[in-house]
Ligand binder design. Structure first.
Ligand SMILES: NC(=O)c1ccc[n+]([C@@H]2O[C@H](COP(=O)([O-])OP(=O)(O)OC[C@H]3O[C@@H](n4cnc5c(N)ncnc54)[C@H](OP(=O)(O)O)[C@@H]3O)[C@@H](O)[C@H]2O)c1
Length: 281
């Protein structure tokens, strides 16, 4: 029997790594998109030591469209895509841009996943009931999006940029669910506060204190990986496409996330920015 293909972005640490393990242990072939070559090497060795071979790494910085293009080209050789989990995420307290001048929180957390998904859409549609999971956050409720300055060029605030990107994950989920209701099952997931290294790329005096508190109070990412695995594999969830999940249950996302005009505007602006990046080359 063919192994089902599951693609996971940011599968080298935290929630992404737990998802990779969960799907591999349940007979999926897992395609892992990740940036850090050293982590990729270490994990490859770890899997080989355990005699696990049903995985493939694709190295790319999701902020960079050219790097994403190369792996999309490779992934298009697959016969099917059964599950795509857009998990990678980052927080940039200081404003950073990619090589085309696009602000990185937007580029990594939303635009890369939007582009990956729509580029692979024909392949995804080939599988009946293919699943798309976008990892969001409850922090989307604090978003203050300004679609006239999606690049956050004025008064940048890293936390607001992050909250905005997590709202975009939900707007995108709701929109794609409307566009392809008969083909794809789409879910937005708030994983809750996780005990991972998230945000550690930012230097802060209170980081050590935060890590300490996180070790005690935050959730194990393996629990959330189990919840997401269930959403992707248990039949009852087929009826819940286009929903937002918390703790494995359907929940209500912010009022802004249900606004059809914002869903549409984000879709159109994301396409426009991708095309502009194409024309820069
Ligand atoms: N931690 C929390 O409390 C929390 C709460 C709510 C939502 N979330 C969301 O959950 C998801 C997973 O976060 P996590 O807590 O597991 O964080 P994490 O341990 O920091 O993992 C993030 C993953 O994303 C990858 N990534 C980041 N930037 C990338 C880029 N430019 N290109 C390619 N890969 C990139 C990282 O790979 P590299 O190491 O190779 O950069 C890493 O594998 C994120 O979307 C986050 O927003 C987290």
């Amino acid at each position: 029997m063919r192994k089902k293909n599951c693609i996971i972005t940011g599968g080298t640490s935290g929630l992404g790594l737990e998802l990779v393990k969960k799907f591999i242990n349940n007979s999926f072939f897992v395609h892992i998109i990740a940036k850090d070559s050293e982590k990729i090497k270490q994990l490859t060795n770890y899997f080989y030591e355990k005699n696990i071979k049903s995985f493939k790494f694709y190295r790319a910085d999701l902020a960079e469209k050219d790097e994403l293009d190369k792996i999309i080209f490779e992934i298009k050789n697959l016969d099917t895509i059964d599950i795509l989990i857009n998990n990678a995420g980052a927080l940039f307290l200081k404003r950073e841009t990619n090589s085309n001048g696009i602000e990185k929180t937007f580029a990594v957390n939303h635009l890369s996943h939007f582009y990956l998904t729509i580029s692979l859409i024909d392949l995804i549609k080939k599988t009946k009931n293919a699943k798309l999971v976008n990892i969001s956050s409850m922090l989307h409720k604090f978003a203050k999006p300004n679609f006239n300055d999606i690049n956050f060029s004025k008064n940048y605030n890293g936390y607001v940029a992050y909250c905005n990107s997590k709202l975009m994950n939900i707007l995108f989920t709701y929109k794609i669910n409307k566009i392809y209701p008969n083909y794809i099952k789409c879910y937005a997931v708030n994983p809750g506060w996780l005990n991972t290294n998230f945000g550690n790329n930012n230097k802060s005096n209170i980081r050590f204190l935060l890590c300490f508190i996180r070790n005690i109070f935050a959730k194990k990412p393996s629990y959330v990986a189990e919840e997401i695995y269930n959403i992707c594999t248990i039949e009852k969830y087929l009826n819940f496409s286009g929903k937002y999940f918390e703790k494995g249950d359907i929940s209500k996302s912010s009022n802004l996330s249900y606004r059809a005009d914002l869903q549409e505007e984000l879709w159109i602006k994301s396409l426009k920015i991708i095309n502009e990046q194409k024309n820069m080359k």
